[in-house]
Ligand binder design. Structure first.
Ligand code: DUT
Ligand code: MG
Length: 244
């Protein structure tokens, strides 16, 4: 899956049980391999629902979600998920070292420390780990270790998603706790990878998605506009308002 082609949504709708309105309504769009896409829209617009569909955690109520022309179903969900790196808004840290948290799921003796550090550098957290943590990458974090701030955890989460070198990166408000300068550095580092990876980035701040190839503007479950940043700024007054 995702060898050469694209992710596509065809007439896709999603209804939560007992909800009066669909959370997503008749979506049609494609994401080409190696492109970056920003998803914006106010709270409740359906952004996380869309991400959960992409992750294979939800199934469409109507229409289709396809990767390389194959419908994602029980048979291929696992295979699809292996190509994904996902950064949720809240990063869960386990009671283990920083290295183990970045290479989550890899037995200690198999951790590729140079890959850990490379990913931490891209996520703009390498200097913090070396300079501010007493035992560097071996510092214990989690419930019984050092407490990290929201922004530090987010950057560990980004390094964790990068560690497996996924083909597709999905960020759900993954940089929301970072200051503007750090966020910009993270986005720039990630964008350098973007010619080979597909990047799907959800954000409230338009600055986060400014350089995405395509921005999808969702409102109440519907795509109300899409295009690159400049196009949307020029033609869409609601989008312009978000930029202020
Ligand atoms: N919704 C439910 N049940 C759920 C989750 C969401 O009914 O378990 C509704 C709430 C909302 C719509 O679906 O009306 C879309 O929610 P979603 O979480 O996808 O919105 P968002 O764009 O991610 O909002 P936020 O910016 O607050 O994260
Ligand atoms: Mg959300």
């Amino acid at each position: 899956l995702l060898v050469n082609h694209s992710i596509s949504f065809q007439n896709l709708s999603f209804f939560y049980e007992n909800a009066e309105k669909p959370a997503l309504k008749n979506l049609n769009f494609d994401i080409k391999k190696g492109s970056s896409i920003g998803l914006v829209g106010s709270t409740g617009a359906g952004k996380t629902t869309l991400v959960d569909l992409i992750l294979g955690l939800l199934e469409p109520s109507e229409g289709e979600f396809k990767v390389d022309h194959a419908i994602i179903d029980e048979k291929n969900t696992r295979q699809w998920q292996k190509s994904l790196g996902y950064v949720p808004q809240d990063i869960y840290l386990v009671d283990a070292s920083i290295s183990e948290n970045i290479a989550l799921g890899i037995p200690v003796e198999k951790i590729d420390q140079s890959q850990v550090e490379k990913c931490a550098e891209l996520a703009q957290v390498h200097d913090f780990i070396l300079e501010e943590l007493a035992h560097g990458y071996q510092t214990q974090v989690g419930e019984r270790g050092v407490r990290l701030s929201g922004g530090q955890r987010q950057r560990i989460g980004i390094a964790r998603a990068l560690y497996h070198d996924p083909e597709v990166l999905v960020f759900d408000e993954a940089t929301s706790a970072l200051d503007n300068v750090t966020e910009k550095a993270v986005i720039e580092a990630v964008n350098i990878l973007s010619h080979k990876k597909t990047i799907i980035m959800i954000a409230h701040r338009l600055s986060t998605v400014k350089n995405c190839d395509q921005i999808i503007y969702l409102e109440q479950g519907e795509i109300i506009d899409s295009g690159n940043y400049q196009e949307l700024i020029e033609r869409n007054p609601k989008f312009r308002n978000m930029a202020i």
